[in-house]
Design a protein around this ligand. Sequence first.
Ligand code: BMA
Length: 340
Amino acid sequence: MSKYKMIAPAVPNVPWQEKPEGLKGAPVWRYTENPIIGRNPVEGVARIFNSAVMPYGDGFIGVFRGEQTNGIPYIYLGRSNDAIHWEFDKEKIHFVDQNGKEFMPVYAYDPRLVKIEDTYYIIWCQDFYGASIGLAKTTDFKTFVRLENPFIPFNRNAVLFPRKINGNYVMLSRPSDSGHTPFGDIFLSESPDMTYWGKHRHVMGKGSEWWESVKIGGGAAPIETSEGWLLFYHGVSGTCNGFVYSIGGAILDIDNPSVVKYRCETFLLTPEEWYEERGFVPNVCFPCATIHDPESGKIAIYYGAADSYVGLAFTKLDEIIDYIKEHSVVTESDTEIGIR
Ligand code: BMA
């Protein structure tokens, strides 16, 4: 009997490996065959990383950050039967505006993919006179309709909740600068129609713990549970040799997600393996999606590794919630409603 409940559609074929014996104290463990996506995965693309996947039909579908061989990132569609071996389209995703006219962003990176009711939304970072959030929808993964840019620049790391809360769509984002951003807290905004965004709230600030002391950003779409919204996010620390990106975990109030109920003071995963420590940008674990199954409590976390690869890690609902609760430290700025 599981202790906690996950509220999500069943995914019996969630990719999975049991926790290795002897891995004490760590609630998240890596897939032994990582990285699941290596370099030069498709013609014209040097690296795929920071990408989002989800169940679709009998298999899985995903939106992938592909670094083209000209150095410009774009989003590519990929499909898989097992969520581990992926086939990618050679052509980047083709966007149209709401009148059907081609509407391609100059560049597009770090996509997230979230299903709300019958529609799939892609959220990514793009140029809108500076780094900001792009938003598009599809129902068939053939036509991708770009919606209005939700926010003015500069902003990154937007993630939608998988259902409306109190009648509104809810999006997390991380206001930033136009460069590598030496600061950053997670905020949320609401919208009745995916066009007008407001009721902005502060969710959580960069942490007092060293591993997340420079900035944080939303990662995978929050998972609805009996304890609140389970959020995997990234936390960044600064070293004399650059930023280090680790994966953190928090649980947000179910009806008022700007309130942080629990926040894990330790990272859940930090760069340790060669594919996380060595690559185009060393020392990056950057979560963008989970595939999760309410019946078994299995959660597979997809993360970009060293801006070069895609890694896969696992945890279980009861274990991760207990771990976050047992190691939780929340500050006033976490637990307040987040309006001043
Ligand atoms: C951030 C984003 C991510 C990237 C990370 C580390 O600012 O650009 O795409 O993974 O830096 O380079």
